[in-house]
Design a protein around this ligand. Structure first.
Ligand SMILES: Nc1ncnc2c1ncn2[C@@H]1O[C@H](COP(=O)(O)OP(=O)(O)O)[C@@H](O)[C@H]1O
Ligand SMILES: [Mg+2]
Length: 320
């Protein structure tokens, strides 16, 4: 009898264990499936976030396009005209040297004996008639004007290249002051006459980061300042070292914000601007970018007086 009880108890236990094992296996499978779909949803969300960041970048670049085209077209125009002038000058100088050659050959080959003093006088008159001095002076200034135009185009291209650096690229050690300068060369035309920018920085400040992303932050802060100011708009950009951090302040004398607005500015899609002027994403994206750089983006604002955005980034050793 006791034997039968043991067997029945054993069978019951075995069955219970099998049921429990099945249950555990089912649960594990369910958990695995749930984890897989969560991972899928996370990747999709991450992809969408990257797409939104990229779209905001393109939207701000779109606002700059007309100004940039003008900024490149203007030096390109005068460099082209300078090249035409140089071609004309070279023709005029060729004539001068040809006549000079003729005079000297006649003197040598035909053995025309003109006294040296007279010969010098003839050459000097020829030089005057051909305006050689004027041509040489003008060539010098044309060259330096063209060089200046090329540098302007170069700085725009550099700004564009920094700005469009892929966000997923390996971080560089970069000079944040130079990054601000490159970003400014992209907005120069847009802010012209509307926002006077004063700089207060001297030494390079090296941080480890993504050129393109930091440039996106600086661009947004500068354009926001432009939108906030009225007549006599002014933006002071200060960059300094503070213990282990590079601290960059953007101080404008624009409309400022009340605390109700100030509380919401880092929320995605919050904007007080009319359609087409803002996506409401600039500051939330900027906040995220600075955070992933191990830094902090903060704001101080007084309604009717102005706003100061402060970017704090951990300093890094310069790359040699
Ligand atoms: N310098 C500033 N002065 C006053 N208000 C600002 C300034 N910068 C941002 N703001 C406020 O924060 C809001 C959100 O800015 P942002 O996220 O860049 O989006 P957007 O510029 O597209 O509106 C702006 O609509 C504006 O109300
Ligand atoms: Mg903005």
């Amino acid at each position: 009898m006791a034997n039968v009880d043991y067997k029945a108890a054993y069978e019951r236990q075995k069955k219970a264990r099998e049921i429990a094992e099945d249950l555990l296996e089912n649960r594990s499978r369910e958990l695995y499936e749930a984890n897989k779909s969560l991972q899928y949803a996370y990747n999709k969300l991450k992809g969408q976030k990257e797409k939104i960041v990229h779209q905001e970048k393109l939207a701000s670049l779109g606002q700059l396009c007309a100004g940039l085209a003008h900024e490149i077209n203007n030096p390109a125009g005068y460099i082209k005209s300078n090249l035409n002038t140089l071609r004309n000058y070279s023709e005029e100088l060729t004539v001068f040297f040809k006549v000079l050659d003729d005079i000297l050959s006649a003197h040598k080959i035909d053995n025309i004996q003109v006294p040296i003093v007279e010969l010098i006088e003839i050459i000097q008159t020829l030089r005057k008639d051909c305006e050689v001095n004027y041509l040489l002076d003008d060539i010098k200034s044309i060259a330096s004007e063209s060089r200046e135009g090329i540098s302007r185009i170069e700085s725009i291209v550099k700004g564009l290249r920094d700005f469009s650096r892929p966000d997923e690229a390996e971080p560089d050690i970069l000079d944040v002051v130079q990054c601000i300068e490159n970003t400014l060369s992209l907005v120069k035309m847009k802010i012209k006459d509307k926002l006077y920018v004063c700089y207060d920085y001297a030494d390079p400040l090296y941080v480890k980061g993504q050129q393109g992303s930091l440039s996106q932050v600086f661009l947004n802060l500068i354009i926001n300042a432009l939108h906030a100011v009225g007549d006599n708009g002014r933006l002071i950009i200060k960059a300094k070292k503070e213990t282990e951090f590079a601290v960059i302040s953007f101080i404008d004398n624009g409309c400022g914000m009340g605390s109700d607005v100030c509380e919401k500015i880092f929320e995605p899609f919050f904007t007080t601007k009319k359609n087409g002027q803002g996506t409401g994403l600039g500051l939330s994206i900027s906040h995220g970018i600075i955070k992933t750089h191990g830094g902090l983006l903060s704001v101080e604002s007084v309604e009717g007086q102005g706003t100061c955005f402060i970017v704090k980034l951990p300093l890094s050793e310069a790359d040699d």
